[in-house]
Design a protein around this ligand. Structure first.
Ligand SMILES: Nc1nc2c(c(=O)[nH]1)N[C@H]1C(S)=C(S)[C@@H](COP(=O)(O)OP(=O)(O)OC[C@H]3O[C@@H](n4cnc5c(=O)[nH]c(N)nc54)[C@H](O)[C@@H]3O)O[C@H]1N2
Ligand SMILES: Nc1nc2c(c(=O)[nH]1)N[C@H]1C(S)=C(S)[C@@H](COP(=O)(O)OP(=O)(O)OC[C@H]3O[C@@H](n4cnc5c(=O)[nH]c(N)nc54)[C@H](O)[C@@H]3O)O[C@H]1N2
Ligand code: SF4
Ligand SMILES: [Mo]
Length: 713
């Protein structure tokens, strides 16, 4: 590499070249715009980040940054960053705040929370964390030490239901092993938009001969690499999976030894899937029967096969949990569970990274047992969720705040809380407005912080310490690379200070973040100090990956000790034990009367590469890539309605409507409309009923409801 000695100092400064002469230093950190936490080389001069680049030594991101990460400086230094603690002046409807000190803020927070605790019990304070994952164990520990069972998170709408489906079926979660996998069923996942760090590996595997079957209503950047694309009607994954099972069983392509020895309920399942002939499934899913047959054969005849599903698109349906059980049952049926190149079970370690390390996250979170505390939010409605996930079902939070039943929730302490995440976000907003005390911590002033009585400014990864474990045995510890913006602080300092202000006497919190992390890591034999020696990250030497086929020794951690086609837990709860297919609550088949007025199937929130939920709309670089809120429809449907590209249209559901732009694209199938969530000024979640949800998981039906699009131009 050139040492740039031929350049003048002015040229070097212009090129932002690091060196003693330019005073530009390269400091190692990570991007926190999403939880992939790609490695970043921050070019820092005079305490200011002047450039960011992907950090080549990061084994997870390989030196790459996506469009959002590349705009990191706009995120860091945005004018919306909250610079001091803010106290609302005037009543709930006021939008005026006064700046106060941290000391004052902690006193105010503690006195309100203590008062509510004394009057109504600690359970009447709910603690909530939005998308941010890295601080969750700390907030949960705070919540339980305070005495409240109501720890709630954004996972009430994300990933946990796919995990729940897997736990009900296998007793644990698994993921594709991608070691010599011959066939990958990519079921509702668009890694080139949503999981860029895994995309490279996926395309490489395809180059090396792995066959890809894509399932999903959209044409995606992966489609051209796929052997076949099963373009289903949103919300019908279950019917497709059952039809694939039908073909696999009828043609004798299933793993007889595994099924006979290690599964429960196969006969009932076999007899149920007889209904789902490829022809029958074609009429439900719109996928041609011969394509279903070909996909089933390719998947089942492949030596090593796996299913990569998205974190949430299969479960964002009112029938999502059973649909997902039907999908993952195909893994066991074909004998691909817990084996090389199939699905691998690696217990989750610190921050949910499957890396073979033994850590005590669970113990840390449960500083105090929730046993004996009142029932968690939503547990009466979704007892299975409550039993297995052991956290409140956030989707039910606004209902309990509003009704005061079974007991009042009077305060919410929210970290990274965005009420626009909720189905019926207007309903959630009304609920928050009913609280006696709403306190939120965020980097930015948002629609939610603006509602709050007390707003606390937190900082980004560039300004804080953070441990990060990546799947694939790589980890790192960051030190701040710049001073915090304004008086913002790390969430962890806020949490530990609040704990002290509430006099919770937490012996670990009082020692600070690093000591807490060391405590969590202790069984692994690793310490923060080991990671500190490698600021760009290092391979985790400690621990070892578990063997395959653990079930042969230990059975499955389900009530029967087997993989359960027929779930004991669901059966005992009086629910349907088989992964039975039901139509979405609203669909052209289940509610033809509604479909008459709202004939299109609406799917919301499929990921766009330049946005991350609510986070990057405010960044000029990313916003410019998709400036206006738009609904995407197929040109065939547009033509029927006299709609042209860019027309202003009314997108309506039985609940409400929005005026947005029309984008005509073959990406969405005929009969389907798609809109991204969180768009400022056009919140699609206002079009969804707050109780439009799956009866078992409580998950919202974000991705299959009914709508109509009409021209208003
Ligand atoms: N850029 C970006 N990346 C993200 C996020 C983001 O906001 N922005 N969010 C992150 C989070 S929290 C999550 S949960 C993941 C989600 O990311 P993914 O799991 O990839 O989910 P989506 O992009 O919603 O949908 C992926 C594919 O699912 C299919 N699909 C859409 N609707 C349906 C349906 O009704 N049924 C079926 N069977 N398939 C459907 C479509 O073909 C779509 O291309 O992305 C993560 N990554
Ligand atoms: N219609 C529809 N709605 C959906 C979905 C959909 O597909 N369709 N997807 C659902 C899914 S899967 C998800 S994951 C949710 C997204 O859930 P949200 O929680 O809405 O996600 P974000 O908007 O990314 O983050 C919330 C807030 O966290 C703040 N934040 C960022 N980093 C930190 C931090 O380190 N500390 C603190 N205290 N705050 C921070 C951000 O500034 C932001 O205001 O949306 C759900 N809602
Ligand atoms: S926003 Fe992009 S660069 Fe940042 S962590 Fe996520 S994928 Fe990586
Ligand atoms: Mo999510």
């Amino acid at each position: 590499m050139s040492n740039h000695s031929e350049l003048t100092i002015e040229e070097k400064l212009l090129g932002k070249i690091a060196g003693e002469d330019t005073g530009i230093e390269i400091k190692k950190t990570i991007c926190s715009i999403c939880s992939h936490n790609c490695g970043i080389d921050a070019y820092v001069k005079d305490g200011i980040v002047i450039k960011v680049e992907g950090s080549a030594e990061n084994a997870a991101s390989h030196g790459t940054l996506c469009s959002k990460g590349a705009a990191m400086r706009q995120y860091l230094y945005h004018k919306d960053r909250i610079r001091t603690p803010l106290l609302k002046k005037g009543g709930r409807d006021s939008t005026e705040f006064e700046a106060i000190s941290w000391e004052n803020a902690m006193e105010i927070a503690a006195s309100h929370l203590q008062k509510i605790k004394d009057e109504s019990g600690p359970e009447s304070v709910a603690f909530y964390v939005g998308f941010p994952k890295w601080l969750r164990s700390f907030v949960k520990r705070l919540c339980l030490s305070f005495g409240s069972p109501n720890f709630c998170t954004e996972s009430s709408t994300c990933y946990h239901a796919t995990a729940l489906a897997s736990e009900l079926t296998y007793g644990y979660q698994s993921s594709p092993d991608m070691k010599g996998t011959d066939c990958l069923l990519l079921w509702s996942a668009n890694p080139l938009h949503s999981d860029t760090s895994s995309a490279k590996g996926l395309l490489k595997a395809v180059d090396h001969g792995m066959k890809l079957i894509e399932v999903g209503p959209f044409v995606t950047p992966v489609t051209k690499h796929a052997e076949m694309h099963l373009r289903i009607r949103p919300g019908t994954s279950g019917a497709l999976a059952l039809a694939m099972a039908n073909v696999i069983i009828e043609e004798g392509l299933y793993d007889v030894e595994f099924v006979n020895q290690f599964t429960k309920g196969f006969e009932e399942y076999r007899s149920y899937v007889r209904e789902f002939t490829p022809k029958a499934a074609e009429s439900i899913t719109t996928v041609p029967a011969d394509l279903i047959i070909r996909a089933a054969r390719l998947f089942a005849k492949s030596e090593r096969a796996a299913i990569k599903s998205g974190a949430s698109p299969t479960v964002h349906h009112t029938n999502g949990l059973q649909n997902h059980r039907a999908i993952i049952s195909l893994v066991g049926l074909t004998g691909n569970f817990d084996r090389e190149g199939g699905h691998y079970v690696v217990p989750w370690s610190y921050y949910h990274a499957p890396n073979g390390l033994d850590t005590r996250d669970g113990e840390f979170e449960q500083a105090r047992s929730a046993e004996g505390m009142p029932a968690r939010v939503g547990s009466d409605i979704n007892p299975i969720w409550d039993k297995l996930k052991k956290e409140g079902q956030s989707v039910y939070l606004p209902f309990q705040i509003k009704s005061g039943k079974p007991y009042p929730i009077r305060s919410v302490v929210g970290f990274g809380m965005n009420y626009r995440m909720w189905p019926g976000s207007d309903f959630m907003k009304e609920a928050l407005n009913k609280l006696d005390f709403l306190m939120t911590a965020d980097l930015f002033m948002t629609d939610t912080t603006r509602l709050s009585d007390l707003v606390l400014p937190v900082c980004s990864t560039f300004e804080r310490q953070q441990i990060k474990m990546y799947p694939g045995r790589f980890g790192l510890w960051t030190e701040p690379v710049i001073d915090p913006i304004g008086e913002s602080r790390s969430d962890i300092d806020l949490i530990t200070d609040l704990s002290a202000a509430l006099k919770l006497n937490d012996p670990l919190f009082s020692q600070g973040y690093k000591a807490c992390v060391d405590w969590i890591l202790e069984p692994s034999g690793m310490k923060v100090a080991d990671l500190e020696q490698h600021p760009g990250g290092c391979v985790l030497e400690k621990g070892s990956m578990p063997p395959y086929q653990k079930y042969r020794q230990n059975g499955f951690p389900t009530p029967s000790g087997k993989m359960e086609f027929s779930s004991s837990i669901l059966g005992e709860a009086g629910l349907e034990p088989l992964p039975k297919y039901e139509e979405p609550l609203h669909s052209p088949i289940s509610t033809p009367d509604i479909a008459e007025k709202f004939p299109l199937v609406l799917t919301t929130g499929s990921r766009l590469p330049m946005f991350f939920h609510s986070r990057t709309f405010r960044l000029p670089w990313t916003r410019r890539l998709s400036p206006d809120p738009m609904v995407e429809i197929n040109p065939v449907d547009a033509e029927k309605r006299g709609i042209r590209e860019g027309d202003r249209v009314k997108l309506s559901t039985p609940k409400s409507h929005l005026i947005v732009k029309a984008h005509l694209t073959g990406k969405v199938a005929p009969g389907v409309a798609a809109m991204y969530h969180d768009y400022p000024g056009a919140d699609v979640n206002e079009l969804i009923y707050p109780d439009y949800r799956d009866p078992i998981s409580g998950y919202p039906g974000f991705k299959s409801l009914l709508c109509e699009v009409e021209s208003v131009t």
